[in-house]
Design a protein around this ligand. Structure first.
Ligand SMILES: Nc1ncnc2c1ncn2[C@@H]1O[C@H](COP(=O)(O)OP(=O)(O)O[C@H]2O[C@H](CO)[C@@H](O)[C@H](O)[C@H]2O)[C@@H](O)[C@H]1O
Length: 801
């Protein structure tokens, strides 16, 4: 067994010298301020990060402190001289987190600072307390409402004639329906909670939910126990106020414990404060003069990860919108934002393939050895939608653009070696918002074979040496067909001790004895995820596991499927930026018929097809390769062109398939368009303008296009495999249920059967068609559900030893 040979071998020397924990090692070129890390992982993200600043330049220091305050840090301010300007600068940052640590500053300065700091802290605390008070009020009001509802129900049963409900025109649905309870999907998994904002006041469920906001998880929901909370209020209040009176201005617990994200914009700050406030909501008694009008904005905060808040670093070869060749880029561009919305501190690390306007150089440089050559990496950073995007710049990545996997096998391998070596250290090197992530409470999320070396490096360079022992790794399988296979000699490139070779060795009928990067990553990661339930099952079969099924079966205990979500900001017909010109229009469920008809006409016009509203427009979007089954469409072409339909294909990939697309257009110019290329704009426009999306994929780990299609009222016809089986439920004309057509075998005649039924429904059964469209659009396909599932995996990894 690979693992036993690893254990019996002497620990290999670290190839990249690890950074000693707790040492002030990292200097940002811009600021050159040593950053100290906490030596124990805090219970919550960044709970006890301390940073010591030496204030040379007043404005720079103030600026740094803004960052640090936004990052929830406790500042220990070292004053190197006293002057008015510096005092002003310090006041400008609010100073609520200022601490002692005056090395040479005058008492006057310090008093000013501490006064301001005290005032700011009190102001902030008042705001927090006001929100908490409002929450309690809501709890009480809703409890009263619920008990009055219960009374009414009892009265109804006792006095059927004088029914108080009928007076209020409230049905049963009104009582429990404002909060749609946990939706259970076909696998029995919890899907989502949704609130009906118009009706929260009358919902028992919404009452429970609101009450939970102000409680720790273990706290019960019965009314007697709720009153227990109320009785506890004064004690909490005293605790909070006591904190304010402490001379050394320790940060109030509410600030320390809350997940806080670095400052980027006003709006994100407001959101962060909301998180703080609600996460730590405890009720305190306030005197009249202490009362502050609660800010309504604080109250509609999304659910938090609570005590599960972690530091998460997502590493991937591509990240939309900066780099994307397919679904991996989409996932890496969107999932981190959903995790950040839950309160985690989240970073995405990706190579910098071009000049990205949003990202600024952070001034840190580091050299790594790859194949005996020194390669320098510089780091660029942008903070967007609550996520730190860190791009690694090196000549080997530069100017690749979207041709991410260009070059020889060994060139790609070396790029990924460099990327993974640098990515595993990014938590020490890049001061996001002024503070590095550090290695406490940290989990890396690696994606596909390109970053499967990251869990291996984490182990070989660090954990085997007693370093980064609290950091964990999760590996996500987006597509097992690409594994980073090569001859065993490739091992020299990955720069690992020889006893690690066992992890990479694989023998299968396809590759014989070979070197396999995905295999090593799967064995080393603390948890493994794949992107749908269907695919998680298929991966364990010889047909679906592509040689890795044996390993996947062995690691079943740490393996799970989570269906991808979609970025509902990017892919939303209501707001899609690509539908704002050239005759296209945004539309919603309410304007579906007119909006979609307009988009269809605009698409036909843009592609030079006859503009006809009664002809069904079929579409295919995807990589042109064996996986996507575009050749099945080719086989069915003779039938398709006889159906009075229009067909639009957008794709790039294998040259022979690209040529095939061009030929389709040449041969059937009146009805078929084959667009060879990669165009995000066209992908959006086709999704909006088409009536039907074809996805005859031979295998499909999850598939995003069918999800996008359903969001846009475009009905999918798919091969029932992997994530397509999970997400496209077969239309049942009798029950008027289902979302599209899913055929059982990847064969042209099956595709023809399914498409035939689909076209018949489109032409003959208009109301059924509309039902299909609407059911698709009404689903909650957002990443928020999946992010919750990922969070469970991250926490499981955290407690994995
Ligand atoms: N020519 C073109 N022009 C513009 N856009 C194009 C395009 N070709 C493809 N795209 C876009 O690329 C994405 C493709 O995503 P998919 O999930 O369908 O497939 P992919 O196989 O790349 O992803 C892999 O990873 C994802 C994420 O986990 C899994 O869903 C999937 O099953 C797995 O194969 C979509 O956003 C699509 O619009």
């Amino acid at each position: 067994m690979a693992s036993s040979s690893l254990l019996s071998s002497p620990p290999p020397a670290p190839l990249c010298p690890p950074l000693p924990r707790g040492a002030p090692t990292l200097l940002s070129a811009a600021n050159r301020q040593p950053l100290l890390y906490s030596t124990r992982p805090p219970p919550l993200a960044r709970a006890n990060i301390q940073t010591r600043l030496h204030c040379g330049d007043a404005n720079a220091s103030a600026c740094n402190m803004r960052f640090l305050r936004a990052g929830g840090c406790k500042l220990l301010v070292g004053l190197s001289s006293s002057n008015r300007e510096r005092g002003e600068a310090l006041r400008a940052v609010g100073g609520s987190n200022l601490d002692e640590g005056q090395e040479e500053g005058s008492d006057e300065d310090v008093e000013d600072i501490t006064d301001d700091a005290l005032r700011a802290t009190i102001r902030k605390s008042k705001k927090v307390l006001a929100v908490q008070r409002k929450l309690l009020q809501q709890i009480v009001e809703r409890r009263e409402l619920v008990s009055s509802i219960k009374d009414s129900v009892v009265n109804t049963e006792q006095e059927p004639v004088s029914n108080s409900w009928s007076n209020n025109s409230l049905s049963d649905a009104d009582v429990g329906g404002s909060f749609s309870n946990l939706n259970i999907d076909s696998t029995g998994a919890e899907r989502h909670r949704t609130y009906n904002s118009n009706n929260t006041g009358s919902s028992a469920d919404s009452f429970t939910q609101s009450a939970e906001v102000g409680r720790s998880e273990s706290q019960p929901t019965t009314s007697s126990e709720e009153s227990f909370y109320v009785e506890e209020e004064p004690k909490d209040g005293l605790e909070v106020l006591g904190l304010l009176n402490e001379v050394d201005l320790e940060i109030p617990q509410s600030e320390i414990m809350a997940p806080v994200l670095p400052e980027a914009s006003e709006s994100s700050n407001v959101k962060d404060e909301k998180h703080e406030d609600l996460a730590e909501a405890k009720v305190v008694g306030l005197s009249e003069e202490q009362e502050v009008a609660p800010d309504e904005e604080y109250l509609d905060s999304p659910p938090l990860a609570g005590a599960n808040v972690m530091n998460v670093i997502v590493a991937a070869a591509e990240c939309a919108p900066w780099s994307k060749t397919g679904g991996l880029g989409d996932v890496v561009g969107a999932l981190p934002k959903a995790l950040a919305r839950r309160g985690h501190r989240v970073m995405v690390v990706a190579p910098r393939y071009g000049n990205y306007a949003e990202a600024q150089e952070v001034g840190v440089r580091k050299r790594y050895k790859v194949d005996g050559q020194d390669m320098e990496v510089t780091y660029f950073h942008a903070y967007i939608d609550g996520v730190d995007f860190v791009f690694l710049d090196s000549p080997v990545f530069r100017h690749i653009g979207n041709d991410i996997y260009v070059g020889k096998r060994t060139d790609i391998l070396k790029r990924m070696v460099l990327f993974c070596k640098a990515a595993v250290e990014v938590c020490f090197l890049v001061p996001c918002g002024g503070v590095c992530y550090g290695d406490g409470n940290l989990v890396f999320v690696a994606n596909d074979w390109h970053t499967a070396l990251l869990p291996v490096y984490l182990k070989a360079y660090y954990r085997d040496h007693g370093l980064m022992i609290y950091a964990r790794s999760v590996l996500v399988i987006h597509n097992i067909a690409y594994q980073g296979r090569g001859p065993e000699d490739d091992f020299v490139f990955v720069d690992l001790p020889s006893n690690y070779m066992d992890l990479f060795k694989l023998c299968d009928p396809v590759g014989g004895d070979h070197f396999n990067i995905f295999a090593a990553g799967l064995k080393t990661a603390d948890r493994v995820v794949t992107v749908s339930h269907g695919y998680s099952w298929e991966l364990k079969t010889p047909e679906g596991g592509w040689g890795l099924h044996g390993i996947i079966n062995e690691l079943d205990w740490k393996f799970q499927g989570i269906v991808n979500g979609i970025d509902t900001k990017d892919w939303n017909p209501k707001s899609d930026v690509h539908l704002k010109s050239d005759g296209y229009t945004n539309y919603s469920l309410e304007t579906l018929q007119s909006g979609k008809a307009q988009c269809k006409a605009a698409l036909q016009q843009e592609l030079g097809l006859p503009v006809r509203d009664n002809i069904p427009v079929l579409a295919f979007i995807g990589r042109l390769d064996h996986q996507k089954g575009v050749d099945l469409i080719a086989e069915a072409m003779h039938w398709i062109v006889g159906q009075d339909v229009q067909l639009v294909l957008l794709g790039t990939g294998r040259p022979d398939l690209e040529e095939m697309l061009k030929n389709f257009q040449r041969q059937h110019g009146d009805n078929v368009r084959g667009w060879v290329g990669f165009s995000v704009k066209m992908a959006h426009r086709i999704t909006a303008g088409a009536d039907v999306l074809l996805m005859p994929s031979r295998f499909e780990p999850c598939g995003l296009n069918q999800l996008y299609a359903m969001m846009y009222g475009t009905v999918p016809v798919v091969h029932a495999v992997g994530g397509l089986r999970d997400t496209v439920h077969q239309f049942d004309p009798y029950g008027e249920t289902g979302l599209g057509w899913a055929f059982e075998r990847a064969e042209a005649n099956r595709l023809i059967d399914a498409l035939g039924n689909c076209l018949r429904t489109y032409r003959t059964y208009k109301s059924s068609w509309e039902g299909l469209q609407k059911r698709g659009m009404m689903q909650d396909l957002s990443w928020d559900n999946a992010a919750h599932r990922y969070e469970e995996i991250l926490v499981a990894a955290k407690y994995q030893w």
